[in-house]
Design a protein around this ligand. Structure first.
Ligand code: NAP
Length: 569
């Protein structure tokens, strides 16, 4: 019944569990305890991966200290077998024995794979379920397929939670997962998500489709599954605790998008202006895949990036004059009628920073490059009355753009002989590991250099310009301005430009500190989790009560009445 709906309704959480469970790994119990101690204040819901331990069974008494000392924590014991994607080399019987011991140790929940459940003796799983909350799980590390068939087999086995984790190879796989969750969450306690870079949609929006919680890593580098994001990202960037049926969904779509700074910038803007919206990085390998998701998720707006800025134009129902003029669109709005409307805010990104500094009417501007951004710059600046010159590595392309935008083409050999008010670099030269400049020192005869490259924050061209006392406009300004216009189009509110600029600047600084700007594919601009100094492992306290009441009973009671093992939220 629910599956037929296109929007995902928020569900009432019958279990008082937080939405984010943090996976904790370590080779020794002390590693897990140290990490858990540093996490527990912000993250009272954790999964201890016993299969990562060198000796899981011998570690349980040590882990008990942590459980006894932290009755506020809800902890899942997982000991995934190697044959099912984990690290535990033992048999299903040995796994069951370990999870039974984990239950006696004080873990409130244990995770058991479907494949293990299928080979246990009759009644063994029910016996385990009598002792502890059981999450029956299934992981597909390749695809998202036949979820219904799979679940028909899963629900034959008794469990408190049914966890289905697949791998997204398309964006639409997330829609399949969320429809699946929506279809069953009224009847069963479901947990579901898609792994992989393309699974981010289900990791964030799965909770409103019926997943009771989702999984995260403690820090970058400690992921226990592909595509896992940190708890801090889920909370701070994507505000997962607030995602509900009314949350509007936006995203940046392109190929690749993993290292886009748009999510951190736009989510900051939504939070600052208290817009109930979330913005995701959508790795669309085809435009068809992206369009298939637009209505089902549903997406309210999209930032379009390479390589789809031109291709998207043909599917728009209407667009602004600039999009039609330039033939490229970077901003899509999905109307109430489900139709797509296009805007080009790259123009505002180029024109805005210049207009803050000068009157463009009659200003002499050289654009280096004739690609997508150069097109936006040429048309936008001509519309403002500037005298625009274009030079390009491939003369034909530069001449064609000059003709179309009613600008003038300048041979590269003539650049050094000319003077300009502004030179705009619209080529990728200087980006990432490329420490080149698109122009030579003698060609920089200008008052301003506007380098549209924004990674790294300081390019070779910018350094050369500063050395000649030429005023520099960094590419960051374009990035923020085009995003600010998008925000305004989508939300109808003025964009918090200062905050947007601040977070991107910080992200660039972090990237520079990590050496990421030296790579073609820089590390994600999202902040690494600030890991507090781990507290020393707690000393045993004999007086603490074992508190081994069954989790599902406790979870149904308010924390106060349920005693030590109650789930707080
Ligand atoms: P594009 O469509 O691929 O166009 C690239 C242009 O640069 C082409 O004219 C190309 O010349 C020229 N070019 C490429 N490599 C060159 C080289 N080694 N030497 C000289 N010229 C070269 O790319 P785009 O979408 O216009 O983006 C261009 C750059 O703008 C990006 O790399 C990015 O750094 C920057 N950008 C910034 C923002 C922002 O918000 N700040 C937004 C988008 C893009 P040919 O015609 O000869 O191939």
């Amino acid at each position: 019944m629910l599956a037929a709906s296109t929007a995902y309704a928020s569900r009432i959480q019958r279990f008082r569990l937080p939405r984010v469970c943090v996976a904790v790994v370590g080779e020794e119990a002390s590693n897990i305890i140290d990490r858990a101690e540093s996490l527990v204040r912000d993250n009272p819901f954790m999964e201890f991966r016993l299969d990562y331990l060198s000796n899981p069974s011998a570690s349980l008494p040590k882990l008990k200290y942590f459980l006894d000392l932290h009755p506020e924590a809800t902890v899942i014991a997982t000991c995934r077998r190697a044959v099912n994607g984990g690290k535990f080399k033992g048999s299903a019987a040995a796994q069951l024995e370990l999870l039974t011991k984990a239950a006696a140790t004080g873990f409130q929940l244990v995770d058991l794979e479907l494949q293990s459940a299928e080979i246990l003796k009759a009644g063994e799983l029910a016996e385990l379920k009598d002792k502890v909350g059981v999450i029956l799980s299934y992981h597909d590390f390749r695809v998202t397929k036949k979820l219904e068939d799979l679940f028909a087999g899963m629900k034959k086995h008794p469990a408190d939670f049914y966890k289905v984790v697949s791998t997204a190879t398309t964006l639409y796989d997330n829609v399949q997962m969320m429809k699946f969750l929506q279809a069953h969450s009224a009847q069963y306690e479901m947990v579901g998500l898609c792994m992989g870079e393309q699974g981010i949609i289900s990791r964030v929006l799965g909770v409103r489709a019926g997943s009771i919680f989702t999984f995260s890593s403690a820090t970058r580098g400690e992921e226990t599954a592909p595509g896992q994001v940190t708890a801090a990202e889920l909370r701070d960037t994507y505000r997962i605790e607030m995602v509900d049926a009314a949350t509007l969904v936006y995203g940046v779509a392109g190929d690749p998008v993993a290292h886009s700074m748009s999510p951190i910038m736009m989510n900051t803007a939504f939070r600052r202006e208290t817009v109930n919206a979330v913005y995701l990085a959508l790795h669309a390998k085809t435009l068809k895949d992206l369009l298939a998701c637009v209505n089902d998720i549903p997406l309210r707006g999209l930032s379009i990036t390479m390589p789809y800025k031109q291709d998207i134009v043909s599917v728009l129902s209407n667009s602004d004059v600039l999009t039609r003029q330039i033939g490229a669109c970077n901003t899509v709005v999905r109307g109430q009628d489900g139709k797509l409307y296009g805007f080009n805010t790259d123009v505002a990104g180029v024109v805005g920073p210049l207009e803050q500094r000068m009157m463009l009417q009659g200003t002499k501007i050289l654009i280096v490059g004739a690609g997508g951004v150069a097109r936006a710059a040429a048309f936008g600046l001509k519309n403002k009355g500037a005298e625009v010159f274009i030079t390009n590595r491939t003369a034909d392309k530069g001449q064609a753009l000059a003709r179309q935008s009613k600008s003038k083409y300048l041979k590269r050999a003539d650049v050094a002989k000319s003077n300009f008010d502004v030179i705009v670099n619209a080529t990728p030269v200087g980006m990432g590991a490329n420490r080149q400049s698109p122009l030579e020192d003698k060609e920089l005869n200008t008052k301003y250099v506007f380098d549209l490259v924004y990674v790294p924050a300081e390019t070779r061209l910018m350094k050369m310009a500063r050395a000649k006392n030429i005023e520099v406009i960094p590419g960051l300004e374009m990035f923020v301005q085009q995003g600010a216009r998008q925000f305004e189009i989508w939300s109808g509110k003025p964009a918090p430009v200062a905050e947007m600029s601040f977070v991107v600047n910080k992200a660039l600084e972090r990237m520079a500190a990590l050496g990421g700007e030296n790579h073609e594919e820089p590390p994600s601009p999202l902040p690494p989790r600030a890991v507090p100094k781990p507290a020393p492992a707690p000393a045993p306290k004999a007086a603490l009560p074992a508190g081994k009441k069954k989790a599902k009973e406790l979870m149904r009671k308010p924390a106060k009445k349920a005693g030590k093992k109650a789930v707080r939220r």
